[in-house]
Design a protein around this ligand. Structure first.
Ligand SMILES: *[C@@H]1O[C@H](CO)[C@@H](O)[C@H](O)[C@H]1NC(C)=O
Ligand SMILES: *[C@@H]1O[C@H](CO)[C@@H](O)[C@H](O)[C@H]1NC(C)=O
Ligand SMILES: *[C@@H]1O[C@H](CO)[C@@H](O)[C@H](O)[C@H]1NC(C)=O
Ligand SMILES: *[C@@H]1O[C@H](CO)[C@@H](O)[C@H](O)[C@H]1NC(C)=O
Ligand SMILES: *[C@@H]1O[C@H](CO)[C@@H](O)[C@H](O)[C@H]1NC(C)=O
Ligand SMILES: *[C@@H]1O[C@H](CO)[C@@H](O)[C@H](O)[C@H]1NC(C)=O
Ligand SMILES: *[C@@H]1O[C@H](CO)[C@@H](O)[C@H](O)[C@H]1NC(C)=O
Length: 297
């Protein structure tokens, strides 16, 4: 009796363990089967695969739809029915269903195509549903950098456009610097109402007063700008100061010498004139004196 109970107990434990093991092993598959991820580029194409179970026959119908935002009111995209023609409406020129492969191709992808898709398949003997998440990307353009410097600081702006989804601009100072030398003064994004793509913009102020010379580049999600050198020569590097000092010194010396020469010549000329004037002024007196003295002597 006791042995029998132990045997039953042991069997139960083993069964339970097997159940737990099975659950743990199948969990990742259950999760990954839940939603399949597909990534498409704006303007490109993707293939939405409904199922790999191609041998299940016969197929009555299959169709792809997008669930409504409220969970109801799904939007029919395209499909196939054994006996009926289905009308894909606005997707007529952008989708093609291959019912043999159980796929739907979607092209000329738009940002608004991003989201969840459901594929429903109806066989004679069973139904099937597959969920597909389509994510859309568009590469940002190579960022354009502009630099405007005044005394002591530079305003550097970076802009890039036609990207999706929204991404931040990242600044890369070279040599790497912490934020004590620069700060972001403005950043913004604009969404084109037609293409729904983003343009991003960021401007930073760099403090040049410590005499640093900096190479800057910016990047948006893999699109990297050219490097731009800032704080030079606007704040002046040592060699600019030296050149300025030498030129200024030379000019000052030249001015001094010229001035000296001018003064010297002027003095000499005046002295000569004074000498001449003295002779002319003195001579009549002398002559008078001489003439007046003459009769006495
Ligand atoms: C599909 O293309 C045809 C011919 O190019 C055009 O006449 C029709 O308007 C297009 N339909 C849609 C929904 O864009
Ligand atoms: C896919 O797009 C959704 C928004 O539609 C977003 O929440 C999710 O993070 C994206 N996944 C990836 C891997 O980019
Ligand atoms: C977008 O960028 C990726 C990675 O840099 C590249 O593989 C892809 O070809 C680019 N797409 C376009 C349309 O330029
Ligand atoms: C930035 O780096 C300098 C030295 O390179 C350091 O003296 C300063 O404390 C740092 N500032 C911050 C905010 O980390
Ligand atoms: C930030 O940039 C935007 C777009 O260029 C501009 O409209 C706005 O006036 C700027 N703001 C400041 C504080 O500079
Ligand atoms: C720039 O940095 C210097 C010190 O290196 C500081 O005295 C000055 O206030 C800073 N200027 C600005 C505009 O932050
Ligand atoms: C900055 O760029 C200039 C010119 O491209 C280059 O000569 C210099 O080595 C660069 N400086 C650093 C720190 O990379």
């Amino acid at each position: 009796m006791c042995v029998c109970f132990l045997q039953v107990y042991g069997m139960c434990v083993r069964l339970l363990l097997r159940c737990v093991l099975f659950f743990l092993v199948s969990l990742p598959f259950l999760q990954s089967k839940d939603v399949t991820m597909v990534i498409g580029e704006v303007g490109g194409a993707v293939t939405i695969r409904c199922t790999s179970d191609l041998l299940e026959n016969p197929l009555i119908f299959m169709y792809v739809q997008r669930p409504g935002s409220d969970g109801n009111h799904p939007q029919f995209i395209n499909g196939y029915h054994m006996k009926k023609n289905l009308d894909p409406k606005e997707y007529a020129n952008r989708t093609l269903v291959d019912y043999k492969q159980r796929t739907m191709k979607l092209w000329s992808i738009l940002p608004s195509d991003e989201g969840l898709y459901e594929c429903h398949i109806h066989y004679q003997t069973k139904n099937n549903q597959e969920n597909i998440q389509l994510n859309v990307t568009a590469n940002y353009s190579i960022p354009i950098v502009t630099v405007a410097c005044d005394s002591g600081s530079c305003l550097v702006t970076c802009s890039s456009n036609s990207g999706y989804p929204l991404r931040d601009i990242e600044w890369s100072p070279n040599p790497p610097l912490n934020q004590s030398h620069w700060r972001e003064v403005n950043s913004s994004e604009v969404r084109d109402p037609v293409s729904m793509l983003f343009s991003v913009f960021s401007s930073i102020s760099v403090n040049c007063s410590s005499g640093l010379r900096l190479n800057l580049s910016c990047a948006v999600w893999g699109a990297l700008s050219q490097e731009h050198t800032v704080c030079w020569p606007q704040t002046g590097s040592p060699d600019v100061y030296v050149t300025c000092a030498v030129v200024a010194g030379a000019v000052a010396l030249l001015c001094f010498l010229l001035a000296g020469l001018f003064v010297f010549k002027e003095r000499k000329a005046r002295a000569a004139r004074v000498d001449q004037d003295g002779e002319e002024a003195a001579s009549p007196v002398e002559r008078v004196q001489l003439t007046s003295r003459n009769p006495d002597s």
